[in-house]
Design a protein. Structure first.
Length: 255
């Protein structure tokens, strides 16, 4: 402890004279003696930032944040990580940690904002697999956000994964159709059948959508198109399904 007290006196002396570089060296020694001392760790991080040592400062601030996490002071850890991304706006690891910590606090909107930052950084790097990975996490966190679903579908389509893109679009299209946004739903359904023309389930959803929205000619055309892409048994099943939907629609109109 005497050694620590002596070092603190030295550091204070250097600071009073404006010798920040010398003060940094002393605080580095103190941090080695007590690596879990939050005050010493933070003072060192601040001094590194003031002396223009950006990389070292960021790394030190991250150490401070993790000390707070270990002590279960999550709001303080979040505040420090926010300092990190102000210093280095492209620090992926900091955004990832922020997303985790916000989610742990139950602050999903804030967590999603950090995931959006991560997604944009991967866009700059043109890292498509990572973009898809982040969007899947965003979709899992907020399944009601159809914008995430559509964006995921678009990226999967551009990457050549038509079937997975069709699945993502299908979720958004079905939800839009049920909410009454028929024009937008139709656009997505058309994309889906282009990406995965042999998917009978999707064609059934599209036909049901046309019937529910009163677009009977489009439903008829879809039935005709389905015959080109499905087996005789599947086509018969599909037509039966369409007839069932049409009868159901007529019953609703009679009531």
């Amino acid at each position: 402890m005497a050694n620590k007290a002596k070092l603190l006196q030295q550091a204070q002396k250097h600071l009073s004279k404006g010798n920040l570089d010398k003060a940094v060296k002393v605080f580095q020694q103190l941090a080695n003696i007590e690596p879990q001392n939050q005050r010493i760790a933070l003072r060192l991080a601040d001094l590194l930032a003031k002396t223009g040592r950006k990389t070292a400062a960021v790394e030190q601030y991250e150490k401070v944040a993790e000390i707070h996490v270990k002590e279960d002071f999550i709001p303080k850890a979040i505040a420090v990580y926010r300092t990190v991304v102000r210093i280095d706006p492209e620090r992926l690891s900091a955004y990832e940690r922020l997303a985790e910590l916000y989610k742990k606090q139950g602050l999903e909107a804030e967590a999603l904002a950090q995931l959006q930052n991560i997604f944009e950084l991967y866009q700059k790097k043109d890292d498509v697999p990572r973009q898809i990975e982040v969007l899947r996490v965003m979709v899992d966190m907020d399944s009601e956000n159809l914008g995430f679903q559509v964006r995921l579908g678009e990226i999967l389509a551009r990457s050549g994964d038509g079937k997975e893109a069709a699945k993502a679009f299908a979720v958004a299209a079905t939800t839009l159709s049920r909410r009454g946004f028929h024009d937008r739903a139709s656009e997505l359904f058309e994309k889906i059948v282009t990406l995965d023309p042999n998917n009978v389930g999707v064609r059934e959803e599209l036909c049901s959508h046309y019937l529910e929205s009163g677009h009977y000619q489009e439903a008829k055309k879809e039935i005709e198109r389905s015959e080109e892409h499905t087996s005789e048994l599947q086509s018969h099943s599909f037509i039966s399904y369409a007839v069932f939907c049409l009868k159901k629609k007529k019953k609703k109109l009679k009531k």
